[in-house]
Design a protein around this ligand. Sequence first.
Ligand SMILES: [Zn+2]
Length: 163
Amino acid sequence: MTLPMERHVLVVFPHPDDEAFGVSGTIATYVKQGIPVTYACLTLGEMGRNLGNPPFATRETLPQIRKEELLASAKAMGVTDLRMMGLRDKTVEFEDDEKMVEMMENLIADTNPSLVITFYPNYAVHPDHDATGRAMIRAIRRMPEEARPTIMHLLFQMIPRKL
Ligand SMILES: [Zn+2]
């Protein structure tokens, strides 16, 4: 499969693994086509509740484990520009709106993307997902229309089925 050419693809999600279950094939395809991809991951997912049974991690060791998983995921997709943005898991929705928008603006200024991949607010299941998508939309809306990158939203759908 070939995807349309892009100047630079900027991927922004709040948790390690959001990229993996959402768009890893897309990201790997862009990388294979030689398009620069930046993945900015806002937190280390350190509030994840499932520590296994028997537990493979503690509350203290979880951030390090998830960081290693994130690095491994980036490597598997071929992403070399991985940015860990240092926010706290489960608190992205409580971050100052303006601080979040500024973070997105800085990422856009830094990478000059033609395509941004992030969550679709209100349809993204987790409050951190919604907050991330919302901040990105605000940042892009502040740009002059002709300079705006295309935004590709990840969202979760309901699928009808009969049992
Ligand atoms: Zn997530």
